[in-house]
Design a protein around this ligand. Structure first.
Ligand code: ZN
Length: 474
């Protein structure tokens, strides 16, 4: 009998191997040194391995942890301050973001990341500036990180409508240096658990020269570029004013896209641009609920997939989503596309579960490490509690209803156990590697300060939510 660290035997397992969700009955995984060393029928595993910890489950489903392909954890402390309005960034976010200190941003990151983990996310695709605190928390709490560090040259100030962003080379250099520093500090820590990516904010925020420099540096470091692309009319206006071309055709002309490029949103891309982008081998991350709430738009994920592209899901940010919960993202992606195409067969439940696991790993370039239950991959796994009203009753014939119920009925609190690289971060719905109560308490204290300081500007802007507050509707 070979001695190993951990063995999980499950009546129901979904591996995400093959073309669907890879269902296996009465099977399990043997885990040693953080890696899956065998996936086999439970009876066989019991004969071959003796595990230091054995988990046997009949009332829980074993599956890969979810991957959140794109989020801004630092906005966690601004949850729910900017919905139901036009001009989300200037009229919604701006007064609150202006009052968010570096410490408050880190508190927001801890909140967003902890929330994501509790909802079954095992890979955090964080994106932003001043990311050292977020990187440190990801390192300490044991979750996987695929973190893009924001590079930006457009000065941070309020621009008038129709005004071209002012580039500042020194500012661009400063953000690039931060990216390189964090790359040296965190990339591949814990045997590749954290990956640092290059994150130019968008083609409108960074000059051509810096974009080219970033591509070269990312290639030299075998990293990826993770960039907002065609993310709305603001970007389109800036690109048309500066270059007379939209982001996708402009970058395609410069051979900027390849399999190491990950484009976020594509909200404003035409069908031709989506095709052009997918042909280059570049990948797409779709943030369904965020873009629905902020813009009222369904991004062109289906068109991208129909053209052969690989697409993953992201939760974006709590100031416009308002949650870091991949079950919510799967549900919204399936339902919004059905409504958009007036066809219930578009985006079935099994497809969106793949988009939150294996296809997200493929989109981010980490599918050799995570995203499915397969021998040789890291053990990034979750157990989902079936003894919940939302997942009861369970059918196994003539149809298996777990996957549709996970997508359309579950809320996130059904996730019971979270394992990353073989280490248990959450067990029996209790966090082990972080203190949820402390995180909630400190986030509230930061929000109390931000709310106080943001009040004059919030009232001065007089957006829709100010009216709702005045009228006692909100
Ligand atoms: Zn974003």
């Amino acid at each position: 009998m070979k001695k190993i660290d951990l063995m999980i035997l499950a009546e129901h397992m979904y591996t995400m191997e093959g073309e669907g969700v890879g269902y296996l009955a009465n099977s399990g995984v043997a885990i040693n040194g953080g890696k899956i060393i065998a996936v086999a029928p439970s009876e066989q595993l019991k004969k071959e391995y003796e595990a230091e910890k054995l988990i046997t489950v009949g009332d829980k489903v074993l599956m890969p942890g979810f991957i959140d392909g794109h989020l801004h954890s630092g906005h966690g402390v601004l949850r729910g301050v900017a919905q139901d309005i036009n001009n989300w960034m200037m009229h919604g976010m701006a007064p609150f973001e202006a009052q968010r200190s570096y410490e408050a941003k880190n508190g927001g990151s801890r909140l967003a990341i902890a929330e994501a983990i509790m909802n079954g996310t095992t890979t955090i695709g964080d994106d932003g500036t001043e990311m050292e605190g977020a990187c440190q928390f990801i390192k300490d709490c044991g979750v996987r990180g695929n973190i893009s560090i924001r590079i930006r040259e457009a000065l941070q100030r309020v621009y008038k409508p129709g005004e071209l962003y002012e580039y500042d080379e020194n500012y661009g250099q400063k953000t690039l240096c931060e990216c390189l520093n964090l790359f040296d500090q965190f990339n591949d820590v814990d045997n590749g658990r954290i990956k640092i990516r290059f994150g130019p904010q968008g083609p409108d925020f960074v000059s051509e020269a810096t974009l080219m420099k970033v591509k070269k540096m990312a290639k030299e470091r075998k990293s990826k570029i993770h960039m907002h692309l065609s993310q709305g009319s603001r970007e389109t206006k800036q690109m048309m004013m500066r270059y007379g071309k939209k982001g996708i055709p402009w970058l395609a002309e410069k051979d900027y896209f390849d399999c190491d490029f990950i484009g976020i949103h594509l909200t404003d891309a035409t069908p031709e641009e989506v095709k052009l982008f997918s042909k280059t081998g570049a990948k797409m991350i779709l943030c369904s609920s965020s873009i629905a709430i902020i813009d009222g738009v369904v991004p062109p994920a289906k068109q991208f997939q129909d053209a052969g592209g690989i697409c993953g899901l992201g939760s974006d940010q709590a100031s416009g989503n308002n949650c870091h919960n991949m079950i919510n993202e799967m549900k919204m992606t399936a339902i919004l596309n059905k409504v958009h195409y007036e066809n219930p067969e578009v985006m079935p439940a099994w497809k969106v579960v793949r988009m939150a696991t294996i296809e997200n790993a493929q989109a981010l370039g980490i599918d050799h490490i995570t995203g499915s239950i397969k021998e040789g991959k890291d053990a990034d796994l979750i157990l989902v509690d079936l003894k919940q009203a939302s997942l009861t009753p369970l059918y196994t014939k003539p149809i298996r209803n777990f996957i549709p119920n996970l997508v359309y009925s579950a809320r996130g609190n059904e996730v019971d156990t979270i394992i990353v690289k073989g280490r248990i971060l959450v067990e029996n719905k209790t966090a082990i590697t972080f203190n949820m109560e402390d995180i909630l308490r400190e986030a509230q204290a930061f929000a109390d300060e931000i709310g106080e300081r943001a009040t004059p500007q919030f009232i001065d802007i007089n957006g829709k939510n100010v009216q709702y507050m005045k009228e006692q509707k909100l």
